[in-house]
Ligand binder design. Structure first.
Ligand code: BGP
Length: 472
């Protein structure tokens, strides 16, 4: 049954700079960690950018954003989530002066959105640390990154303060636990990285995030600042109390990042974790004070739930798939072509879980189905994709968002992931498509880069114009 969404609900779509812009070395942009990762999060990195890296051209959003924003406007987007490529603004990350051409690009992009009444929702750092910071400093392991990040946020806040009123600090900040290079710019091999260094790096990110919120509140008092976490709720695989405790433990691993950002201090359960794992977080005087700058809202991505078990044999056999976290699969759920388990009710569950825990407005900033699409010609001779599977996925998830709203959860908005087809983060493929808009580019590099509206384009337009009433 269709549910009513609040007035002013922020409907929209989301992308990240490195997955759509291309123009990886144009107009003064420096290299980012993505530019030498041709096979995505899962793959190896190369010495230099290689031609097979689909992200170098992406979907050419850098040159075609006007056409794309126009299509977003046609769907009725109220908001558009994108990220700023840090290395477009500070090519090496530690430069003294920003790159004016990079700044100008985002000025133009935000102006284009505002022209149609689309509010930009901007991620400050989305898996695209300047490569020089990664190679020369080992990314967030080094405390100096806090200073470089501060310089970067001051620059972008000053520049875009009249245009951007919604900001997210780090994309899926908790993903650094699993993907230290892509998420935290940590160059040290994952296998060699010590827990001590990993958690110290996390501390630096948490301080930097809180500092960004502090500076943001001072520089743009009418803007809202949120943290962003990878949202994967864990269900106990069985009612065995050991599985229930394991699910709690795994949830805490993810949620401690938001706990710090919302409550302004480390949660007590982390003391036990640090003690058990012989980790000592080095804090500088003033860090605890900075952490007290808490976020205005909590945002998260949601693609799947997972199961947790204390049974080491079953754990080892872990058969669930995901791009960053993969757990035990749930026998009650079906999966996407990429093996990600589809669980619309899990979205209602995590919305309630986060709201019970934080009582802060929530923003679903990623959700969607990555699938192989077939381009066909319709009766009007227009090229399109009949993506009923995507419509079903999104409809079912949005119905559960409506349920959560009825449950009393404050939800600010919903941006589907990859509202226009883009390069996958995990595998760097383009055949894993999420969009309402098809982009004619293939993984072998062929294609015209033309854009075509899929069936879901018209479906989403209707959802937005009826404020969710058309959902079934
Ligand atoms: C999230 C990332 C996104 C995005 C999405 C889908 O983890 O924040 O950048 O890509 O997952 O994942 P994928 O592209 O691997 O299908």
């Amino acid at each position: 049954m269709a549910k009513s969404f609040p007035k002013g609900f922020l409907w929209g779509g989301a992308v990240a700079a490195n997955q759509c812009e291309g123009a990886y070395n144009e107009e003064g942009k420096g290299l980012s960690t993505q530019d030498i990762a041709p096979k995505g999060i899962m793959g190896p990195i190369t010495e230099d950018p290689t031609e097979d890296n689909m992200k170098l051209i992406g979907i050419d959003f850098y040159h075609r954003y006007k056409e794309d924003v126009k299509l977003f406007a046609e769907m009725g987007f109220k908001t558009f989530r994108t990220s700023i490529a840090w290395s477009r603004i500070f090519p090496n990350g530690d430069d003294k002066e920003p790159n004016e051409k990079g700044l100008q690009f985002y000025d133009d992009l935000f102006d284009e959105c505002l022209k149609y009444g689309i509010k930009p929702l901007v991620t400050i750092s989305h898996y695209e640390t300047p490569l020089a910071l990664s190679k020369n400093y080992d990314g967030w392991v080094n405390r100096k990154l806090i200073g470089f990040f501060e310089n970067y946020v001051r620059t972008i806040f000053a520049r875009y303060k009249d245009k951007v009123k919604y900001w997210l600090t780090f994309n899926e900040i908790n993903s650094v636990l699993h993907q230290p290079y892509m998420s935290g710019g940590i160059f040290t091999d994952k296998e060699k990285l010590t827990k001590q260094d990993l958690y110290q790096a996390i501390h630096h990110e948490l301080v930097a995030g809180a500092l960004a919120v502090k500076i943001g509140h001072e520089m743009i008092p009418d803007a809202k600042f949120g943290c962003m976490i990878l949202g994967v709720p864990n269900y106990p695989l069985t009612p065995n109390p050991s599985d229930v405790l394991e699910a709690m433990k795994q949830d805490r691993e993810n949620l401690y990042f938001a706990d710090v950002h919302v409550r302004g201090a480390y949660p007590k359960y982390m003391n036990r974790y640090f003690k058990d794992n012989n980790i000592k977080i080095y804090m500088e005087p003033g860090d605890e004070e900075i952490l007290k700058n808490t976020v205005d809202f909590v945002s998260f991505s949601y693609y799947m739930s997972s199961c947790a078990t204390a049974d080491s044999e079953k754990k080892k056999a872990g058969n669930g798939a995901g791009n960053i976290i993969s757990g035990i699969s749930n026998p009650y759920l079906e999966a996407s072509d990429w093996g990600w388990q589809i669980d619309p009710q899990g979205l209602r569950y995590i919305l309630n879980l986060l709201y019970d825990r934080y009582q802060k407005p929530l923003f679903i900033v990623e959700n969607g189905l990555g699938a192989v699409d077939e381009l066909v010609t319709d009766e009007n001779e227009d090229k399109t994709v009949i993506d009923d599977y995507r419509i079903k996925y999104l409809n079912d998830h949005l119905v559960q968002v409506g349920e959560a709203i009825e449950d009393g959860v404050e939800v600010m908005g919903y941006t589907t992931w990859g509202c226009i087809d883009l390069i996958s983060a995990s595998t760097a493929e383009l055949r894993k498509r999420y969009g309402f808009i098809y982009v004619d580019r293939n993984d072998d590099g062929t294609g015209t880069l033309e854009r075509y509206k899929k069936k879901s384009f018209y479906w989403y337009k209707e959802v937005i114009s009826t404020n969710g009433k058309s959902l079934v």
